[in-house]
Design a protein around this ligand. Structure first.
Ligand code: LLP
Length: 440
C-alpha cells in the first residue's frame, strides 16, 4: 500500500492490486462474511498498545496505559489488551460487564463517567475495580455512602476541568470552561477537601481529559502545568500527595492523507518532559487513556457497491450497502474518510466521487469528493480508520442489521461478532405479532 501507508492497518498489503488485511484478501472476506463487514487487524492493535507502553515508559517508567473502552470494546479486545499489559477505562456497568465477561483483571479498571448511576457504582464495587474517577460532589457523596461497610477504602481520582480549549471539534471537547465534565476550577479545592475528609475513600490522584482528536501538544502541557500547580497548592494547604496523574486520552489519528497526525513520540516527549519538570517527590504514576489511537487504524469497513449515479449538477455518487447506521461519524462530527476499491489498488484513481450510504437521509454520505478508479457494480469498497467509535455508535436505523466483525491475522480470519439477524430487530419488543398486541 505505498500510497496510503498511514491509514490502513499495519498488516495491509497491495497483492498485485488486491487489498489484503492480515494476509487475507479483502474481496474474499467480503464474499465470505457478507457486507458491510468490519475487519480488525490484530497486529495493529497489539502494535499500538506496545508502542504506547514503549514511548511513555522509555521516558517516564512509572506509566500505566489504560484503554478507553468507549472507542470499541468486545471480550476479544479486552483479552488482547490484557495480554499487552494495558488497563481499562470504562464508563458504564455495560462496559464493566463486558470486561468481567472477558476475565479482565478488575484492579486494572478505572470507572469514569459524569453521571454514574447507582447501578454503575454497585457493579464497579462488586467487581472490585481499581479506581473510581469522581466527576462531581453528588457522586462523591453517593460513592462514600456506597463504600461504607465494604471493609476496604475505594481509591479515587478527582476529575478536574482545567478549562483549556484543545482545538478540536466542539462535540469532542471535554476540558473547556463550559464543559459538563469534571470539577470546574473554582470548585476543585472544595472537592479535594471533601474527598480527603471522606472516611471510605482514598484520594490517590487527579485526572483531566481535554477532548478527542487533539492534534496539538500545547493543550496537554497547559493542563499538566495547571493541575500540577493545583496539586502543589493543595499539598501546602492540606498535605495532599499526588500519587497519580491521569492525563486522559485524545491523541489524534489520521483519517485522510491530507491530515496527518503527529507521531506518538511527539506527544510522549512533550508530556513527560513537562511532567518531569513540574513534579515533586514522590513522583506520581502517570496514567494515559488512549482509545482512538489504539484501535482506529486497526479497523477497515468493507462495503459492496450497489449503485452509481451522476446528479443533474454533475456530482457523482457511488452507493454502498452501509452508511450512517454503521458509521455515524461523518454526520455527527463532519468526519472525513478515504476509501479504495479493494480489488483495484493498481488502477488509476481518475474519478472524483462521493460515497453515499443506503440510509434514507441526505446526510448519509460517508466520503466526500474522493478519487477512485472506475467503480463497477459489485465492487468492494474498503474504508480505513474505522476501528474507533464507528461500531459503538452503530444503530438499527431503517431496521438495518448491525454488521459482522472479523479479526484477521496471518492469513486467518474469524468472526468475533455475527451479523445481526432480522429476529434481533424485534427481540426486545413486547408485541411479536398482531395477535399479541394488548387490547386487540
Ligand atoms: N478518557 C476519557 C475520560 C474520555 O472521555 C475519552 C473519550 C478518552 C479517554 C479516549 O479518547 P481518545 O483517545 O479516543 O480520543 N465519539 C467521538 C469520540 C468521543 C470521545 C469521548 N471520550 C468520535 O467518534 O470521534
Amino acid at each position: 500500500m505505498p500510497s496510503r501507508p498511514s491509514l490502513f492497518p499495519l498488516s495491509a498489503q497491495d497483492m498485485e492490486g488486491r487489498l489484503t488485511l492480515g494476509s487475507c484478501d479483502a474481496v474474499e472476506l467480503a464474499q465470505r462474511f457478507g457486507t458491510p463487514l468490519y475487519v480488525l487487524d490484530e497486529e495493529t492493535i497489539r502494535g499500538n498498545a506496545r508502542q504506547f507502553r514503549r514511548e511513555f515508559a522509555e521516558r517516564y517508567p512509572d506509566t500505566s496505559i489504560i484503554y478507553a473502552c468507549k472507542a470499541f470494546i468486545h471480550p476479544w479486545v479486552a483479552r488482547v489488551l490484557a495480554e499487552e499489559g494495558l488497563g481499562m477505562d470504562a464508563v458504564s456497568a455495560g462496559e464493566l460487564f463486558i470486561l468481567r465477561q472477558a476475565g479482565f483483571p478488575a484492579d486494572k479498571v478505572y470507572l469514569h463517567g459524569n453521571c454514574k448511576t447507582y447501578e454503575d457504582i454497585s457493579f464497579a464495587l462488586d467487581m472490585g475495580v481499581g479506581r473510581v474517577v469522581v466527576d462531581n460532589l453528588d457522586e462523591l457523596e453517593l460513592l462514600e455512602r456506597m463504600v461504607e461497610g465494604k471493609g476496604k477504602k475505594m481509591r479515587i481520582l478527582l476529575r478536574l476541568n482545567p478549562g483549556i480549549d484543545p482545538h478540536t471539534h466542539k462535540f469532542l471537547t471535554t476540558g473547556g470552561v463550559d464543559s459538563k465534565f469534571g470539577f470546574p476550577k473554582p470548585k476543585a479545592e472544595e472537592a479535594l477537601r471533601e474527598a480527603m475528609k471522606a472516611k471510605n475513600l482514598e484520594l490517590t490522584g487527579l485526572h483531566f481529559h481535554l477532548g478527542s482528536s487533539i492534534f496539538e501538544v500545547e493543550p496537554y502541557i497547559q493542563a499538566i502545568e495547571s493541575v500540577l500547580g493545583f496539586a502543589h497548592r493543595m499539598r501546602k494547604a492540606y498535605g495532599f500527595i499526588l500519587q497519580e496523574l491521569d492525563i486522559g486520552g485524545g491523541f489524534a489519528q489520521p483519517y485522510t492523507l491530507d491530515s496527518p497526525s503527529p507521531p506518538l513520540s511527539y506527544y510522549a516527549e512533550a508530556i513527560t518532559a513537562h511532567l518531569k519538570q513540574g513534579i515533586e517527590d514522590p513522583s506520581p504514576l502517570l496514567v494515559v487513556e488512549p482509545g482512538r489511537s489504539i484501535i482506529s487504524r486497526a479497523g477497515v469497513a468493507l462495503y459492496r457497491v450497489g449503485g452509481r449515479k451522476e446528479t443533474a449538477s454533475g456530482r457523482r455518487y457511488i452507493l454502498v450497502d452501509g452508511g450512517m447506521g454503521d458509521n455515524i461519524r461523518p454526520l455527527v462530527y463532519g468526519s472525513r474518510y478515504e476509501a479504495v476499491v479493494a480489488g483495484k489498488l493498481r488502477e488509476e484513481a481518475t474519478e472524483k466521487v462521493s460515497i453515499g450510504g443506503k440510509f434514507c437521509e441526505g446526510g448519509d454520505i460517508i466520503a466526500n469528493d474522493i478519487f477512485l478508479p472506475e467503480v463497477e457494480l459489485g465492487d468492494v469498497i474498503a474504508m480505513p480508520g474505522c476501528g474507533a467509535y464507528c461500531l459503538p455508535l452503530q444503530s438499527n436505523y431503517n431496521a438495518s442489521l448491525r454488521p459482522a466483525i472479523a479479526v484477521v491475522k496471518n492469513g486467518e480470519a474469524h468472526l468475533i461478532r455475527e451479523r445481526e439477524k432480522y429476529e434481533d430487530l424485534v427481540r426486545h419488543d413486547i408485541c411479536g405479532s398482531l395477535e399479541d398486541i394488548p387490547g386487540q
